[in-house]
Design a binder for this molecule. Sequence first.
Ligand code: ZN
Ligand code: ZN
Length: 347
Amino acid sequence: MDFNSLLDKHELDVLFVSSPHNVRYLSGFVEGKDAKVVITRAGATLITDGRYIIEAAQQRFPHRILLKRTEMNRLLSEFFTGRVGIEAEHLSVAVLEGFKRDFPNLEFVSTSGIFEKLRQRKTSEEITHIRRAAALADQGFEHILPYIKPGVREIEVALELEFFLRKNGSEGLAFGTTVASGERSARPHGGASERKIQSGDLVTLDFGCVVGGYCSDMTRTVAVGKVSAELGALYQAVLEAQTLALEAVRPGVKGQELDSLARNHLENRGYGPYFTHGLGHGVGLFIHEGPSLGQTSEDTLEASNVVTIEPGVYIPNLGGCRIEDLVLVTENGHEVLSKSPKHLIEL
Ligand code: ZN
Ligand code: ZN
């Protein structure tokens, strides 16, 4: 990365990077929450503490070890000069006040989204990690289907799924697993409860793996036994909306247009008021990153973006359904990274 032109572009002398995902993105240091990166005209330096002496020596650029947390500003005084950019969406007010107190002659400038924008276009190495995370999620879905049956609690299904994913290489969970059955499937982010799955339920599973620091994200909704005609129709409408939006993914298409494709279809089927969130989001080191796909989005898709396409319909006291795929935007169109089947599976 050309740090000098980055500083020029933002009219800065120094950029202090504190967001854990951006620290990892820049340096390769896994525990981004326990490190900072300070970028000056002389290059970038990683700052971490004595717990990470071995890891710090293996990163992309020079490092400094902080012996005491209270010495941070003294160490930074070697780097800070002139106009110092901070990540306004991450740095706490307390730290900024400390900077202003200890460096009264410097100017602290809020920046927003510098690396988040760069992170939207994935490198082939990043895509390899995401592809592996998506493939592991597909294995997890296949593994979990026999566990979903009447009388089993949602949390047991969630735990078995998480156990499988961790045992097979996921470094953690991309986010809290959702297993939402019956009426609870009307909650888009329902988590997993003590509720016992019943025959006639729709069950929504939303889960993700982490490989090489990169997340995957997939949702499938399955039926336990025969579901009512009402729930069956709801499922088909969501699947059609998801397919319409998915097939339109290519470079140059706006996030808002994709959202409209799915939303208009659901509106025509009478489900408009029940699609209560945006169509999708970017995925990478962080589970929710840019570009965003929704009615308020101003983002346009570019090749090497990785996004989700996840329309859903949620009807209180009845149930709901979401179908979510992880998709890579390619030069000519797209490649769906989630390979799990999407027809209504009756267990
Ligand atoms: Zn999801
Ligand atoms: Zn998602």
